[in-house]
Design a protein around this ligand. Structure first.
Ligand SMILES: Nc1ncnc2c1ncn2[C@@H]1O[C@H](COP(=O)(O)OP(=O)(O)O)[C@@H](O)[C@H]1O
Ligand SMILES: O=P(O)(O)OC[C@H](O)CO
Length: 502
């Protein structure tokens, strides 16, 4: 077998996102040499419910992985490691003996567990959860989804009690399948999104696991993000999984935000603003969550995060449900055909509002329609809605940290939209820099895997690879901005509590 030389060293990143599975092959300069992507089915069984078929997640991820390797013509032994990054919080339960999921994956956006959340609130656990998991009590995180499965899926509790049930986030499920049942593990970043992991003690929280009725034996081993997660047999070769991280923390790493105060926003299905706070555990007083950053050594770094549930998804809605556009990128053209939003505001709270409002009962709303409004105003207001939501979480972050934010690194599908990025710079009053490699999530986990197997030797080496592709500076008149923001806040206030029973 030819040995990989210094020149021929590759990492494959498996990026399992909310709407698609992707495999990206990177060379040792961080350049993409191959990328394959496959969309998969979104299942909406009831209003506010979102599911995925766990087998389809695996099958689509496996096929893009093998296609990417086959298409780029690289010898499998030149791929030194696999990195796995994933949509976080989404919960899968499977039978250890049959290897089959006992229910569809319950997706992070799913609101079915709102009633369980109310019970937890009544039980007075809200503060305990905040202090120990860093999270806000919400249906977003995995714990209430696991409880729902135990309470509603026939035979689930019996399986759990007999030690035959396995619970995992998507990384754990993929690793278990890819290693043919040898690895049952996760990493700190994913564990910290379950609402069951104590992020100060770095262990599953017994009190919370007991409360939700989840035996700790059903939960995976938790490791660093750059670690040894077993091997996968690909075309007859064993390739190690050496990096695992939730997609948002992976993107923070891919954006080279290694130092305290460095910050990025990813515009995918949702928008996720993350600030590295170093070894400092910052407890938010303004509706953000504290979570763990991707770890490449034994040092734990914390992150302050603002999660916005609907970002690029509002653009998909314009395309797939309203049929106002045929392609996501059309939004940039139509938004600029009008001089302003003509008083139209869209709050895309399709699955409630995440940070900093945390309202499970808010729903999407269009405000300010008049006879002169046309589709371009609605399209523009949707894009503006994405930017305003990010502005709100950024304001919360400024208040929590006391830091001025002058520079925001951005990535993700919707960051390609120049109108959106300029509007973001305007309402946040900061410089917005789009990364050259927009697959920052995949790149981040490739770095984590590559650091483990020696493709890269230090984060300083990685930092030199980062480059910007575009930069946007604020240019909106301050008075105008004030006026717009005031209206936006009025709209947010008015869409709240819509689904709450009187
Ligand atoms: N040019 C564009 N303008 C606005 N939104 C876009 C554009 N291109 C893609 N998007 C949106 O970006 C999202 C896809 O981004 P991606 O990073 O692949 O998301 P995910 O990882 O959540 O699946 C989709 O919601 C899509 O509507
Ligand atoms: O799959 P994405 O990129 O929409 O990210 C989803 C987040 O991880 C949810 O917390």
């Amino acid at each position: 077998m030819e040995q990989p030389t210094k020149k021929r060293r590759y990492i494959i990143a498996l990026d399992q996102g909310t709407t698609s599975s992707r495999a990206v092959v990177f060379d040792n300069s961080g350049k993409i040499v191959q990328e394959v992507q496959k969309e998969f089915k979104q299942i909406y069984p009831n209003p506010g419910w979102v599911e995925h078929d766990a087998m389809e997640i695996y099958a689509s991820q496996y096929s893009v992985m093998t296609e990417a390797i086959a298409q780029c013509g690289i010898r499998p032994w030149h791929i030194l490691a696999i990195g796995i990054t994933n949509q976080r919080e989404t919960t899968i339960a499977w039978n250890k003996e049959t290897g089959k999921p006992i229910y569809n994956a319950i997706v992070w956006q799913c609101r079915r567990t709102s009633a369980i959340v109310e019970e937890v609130r009544k039980a007075g656990l809200q503060d305990y959860i905040k202090e120990n998991t860093g999270l806000v009590l919400d249906a977003y995180f995995s714990a209430t989804k696991m409880k729902w499965i135990l309470d509603n899926v026939e035979g689930a509790r019996e399986l759990a009690e007999s030690g035959k049930l396995m619970f995992g986030t998507v990384d754990t499920w993929l690793m278990w399948k890819l290693t043919e049942g040898k690895t049952f593990a996760t990493d700190y970043t994913n564990a910290s999104r379950t609402m069951l992991f104590n992020i100060k003690k770095l262990e599953w929280d017994k009190k919370l696991c007991d409360y939700f009725g989840i035996p700790i034996s059903c939960l995976p081993e938790v490791k660093k993000s750059s670690d040894d997660f077993g091997t996968v047999s690909i075309f007859g070769y064993e390739i190690p999984i050496a990096g695992v991280a939730g997609d948002q923390q992976a993107a923070l790493f891919g954006q080279a935000c290694f130092k305290e105060g460095e910050i990025k926003n990813t515009y995918g299905t949702g928008c996720f603003l993350l600030m590295n706070t170093g070894s400092k555990y910052v407890e938010s007083k303004n509706g953000l969550v504290t979570t763990i950053a991707a770890s490449y050594n034994n040092e734990i770094q914390y992150v302050l995060e603002g999660s916005v549930f609907v970002g690029g998804a509002v653009v998909q809605w314009l395309r797939d449900e309203l049929h106002l556009i045929t392609d996501s990128s059309d939004t940039e053209y139509f938004a600029q055909k009008v001089k302003d939003n003509n008083g139209v505001y869209v709050v895309p709270a399709f699955t409630g509002l995440g940070a900093p409002h945390w309202d499970m009962y808010a729903r999407g709303t269009i405000f300010g329609l008049t006879r002169g409004c046309n589709r371009n105003h609605i399209i523009r207001a949707c894009l503006e809605g994405i930017a305003y939501q990010t502005m709100d979480v950024m304001d919360a972050m400024k208040q929590d940290t006391g830091l001025k934010i002058l520079d925001l690194k951005v990535d993700g599908g919707a960051s390609k939209n120049n109108f959106l990025m300029q509007f973001q710079a305007d309402v946040c009053d900061c410089k917005v820099e789009r990364a050259k490699v927009m697959e920052t999530t995949a790149l981040g986990v490739a770095y984590l895997a590559g650091l483990k197997v020696g493709v890269w030797n230090s984060i300083d080496e990685i930092r030199t690879i980062w480059a910007a592709d575009a930069c946007y500076v604020p240019k909106m008149d301050i008075e105008k901005k004030r006026e717009y923001v005031k209206k936006w806040h009025k709209a947010v206030k008015m869409c709240q509590g819509w689904e709450k029973e009187e």
